[in-house]
Design a protein around this ligand. Structure first.
Ligand code: HEM
Length: 430
């Protein structure tokens, strides 16, 4: 009997919540979108893994157009966009900076780092971090990147006699690059793939991805009882302890340095601590954010470039020719030499178009605003779908075809740009 009463109360409660949201979000719910079933809403449309999710989204954009809605019937709906003009409204505005619940799942590792933090902290910390991405600092990393690339080439040579998966090698390489540049610390992942830090980063990401696509695991309370949560925490503790120790050691050596001429990112971080703008913990969060955001993305881009070059031999031949003409075997690589490789840039852009390593991002709307005459109320989630935009034939004719020529200066549509410095491919409407 008690069970029936509880179920009845739950149904009344859910209906009430549903009615409340329906009243507030009537415009959003009128947007095109998949069929909304009682109780489960549109939840079955998502898929339970990243590949199905991308395929389903692509199908839904084709069926319903570049703006559509999802709803689970109780909480605020999610608006999915793949149209350039909608992206510009969201990403081009300083109003829409608030991250959604999805990002909270990363707080165990990244604390309040800029990828996951609230809009106010983001504004302050982003300003502090921006100078780290200036050309002078980035140029200083080129010899390091070259040394690490030579190790990668050797590792690939050791495996080349039989077919093999290149991603794990590139993943170690990108982890080396990001740790040396963000922490100023050599972890030698390529030479020491069994190092626990390397394994923990990999395992954390696997568990995180599983969590993203599981309704039960995205619930913090339920997740805290699961073995996966305990395992994830163990890996996070280890990862964080490395960055913490590196920062501690760097701070103790800092007084020997000329602080006014920072040479790398860590020097700049230490200046920020010295000036009292961030605490050591906050700096660790930002260092961890760079490592998290910078290693898997780069590994994924480079792996997909190799995949596309393998499939498109003509492109490969032309690229090798460009490199051979501008950089001879034993010369060291410099920024000015890299700037003489425009075709390489086209290949990278085209590969990122087809295989964006971050296929979507989300923002939580904090103030009501209007798109195409539809009122989007505060608390609505907006999912900005780069993957959908990149395969939109209106912007990229024959979108599944790999064609670096799309990005030569003559062919690039007016107003197309990469959002700098994060290499996110979006189209700006002119
Ligand atoms: C080609 C490789 C990369 C791609 C495609 C990429 C893409 C992105 C995207 C789409 C975002 C926005 C995420 C969001 O708001 O939800 C982002 C944020 C970020 N990325 Fe990358 N990224 C790449 C490489 C890197 C590297 C190498 C670093 C570090 C050196 C890095 C550091 C960051 C940081 C710190 C943020 C947060 C920035 C902020 O919120 O202001 N990324 N990236």
């Amino acid at each position: 009997m008690l069970a029936y009463v509880l179920i009845a109360i739950l149904i009344v409660f859910l209906n009430f919540k549903s009615w409340q949201v329906r009243r507030r979000c009537k415009d959003v719910l009128n947007l095109p979108g998949p069929k909304n079933y009682p109780f489960i809403g549109t939840i079955l449309e998502f898929g339970n893994n990243p590949v199905d999710f991308l395929k389903n989204m692509q199908r839904l954009f084709e069926e319903h157009g570049p703006i559509l809605r999802f709803w689970n019937n109780t909480e605020y709906p999610t608006v999915m966009i793949s149209g350039a003009k909608y992206m510009e409204i969201i990403l081009g505005s300083s109003e829409h900076l608030q991250r959604t619940r999805l990002y909270r799942l990363l707080e165990v590792w990244l604390g309040n780092g800029i990828l996951v933090t609230d809009a106010t902290t983001w504004r302050k910390n982003r300003k502090l971090l921006n100078p780290m991405f200036n050309t002078k600092i980035l140029e200083g990393f080129i010899p390091t990147f070259e040394r690490l690339s030579n190790i990668l080439v050797d590792k690939i040579r050791e495996n080349i006699s039989v077919p093999f998966d290149v991603f794990p090698l590139i993943n170690l390489y990108s982890l080396d690059m990001i740790c040396e540049s963000a922490m100023g610390h050599e972890i030698n992942a390529q030479l020491n793939p069994e190092f626990q830090y390397v394994k923990s980063c990999k395992r954390f990401l696997e568990l995180h991805l599983e969590r993203l696509f599981s309704l039960l695991k995205t619930n913090d309370f339920l997740y805290s009882f699961m073995d996966a949560s305990k395992e994830q925490m163990e890996h996070v503790e280890l990862i964080k302890s490395i960055a913490k120790n590196v920062i501690k050691e760097k701070i103790s050596n800092f007084h020997n340095k000329d602080c006014n001429k920072p040479k790398d990112m860590m020097d700049m971080f230490l200046n920020i601590v010295r000036d009292g703008n961030l605490t050591q913990t906050e700096v660790r969060n930002e260092v961890d954010t760079l490592i998290f955001a910078g290693h898997d993305t780069v590994a994924s881009v480079l792996s997909m470039v190799i995949f596309e070059l393998g499939k498109n031999q003509g492109v490969q031949v032309r690229l090798i020719q460009e490199i051979d003409e501008n950089i001879s075997g034993n010369e060291e690589i410099t920024l000015s030499k890299l700037n003489k490789l425009p075709y390489l840039e086209c290949v990278l852009k085209e590969s990122m178009r087809l295989h964006p390593p971050v296929p979507f991002t989300e923002r939580l709307i904090r103030k009501d605003f209007t798109i195409d005459g539809y009122l989007i109320p505060a608390k609505t989630n907006i999912c900005v779908h780069f993957y959908g935009l990149h395969r939109d034939p209106d912007h990229f004719p024959n979108p599944d075809h790999f064609d670096p020529e799309r990005f030569t200066p003559e062919n690039t549509p007016k107003g197309t740009s990469f959002v700098s410095p994060l290499s996110v491919l979006v189209l700006e409407t002119a």
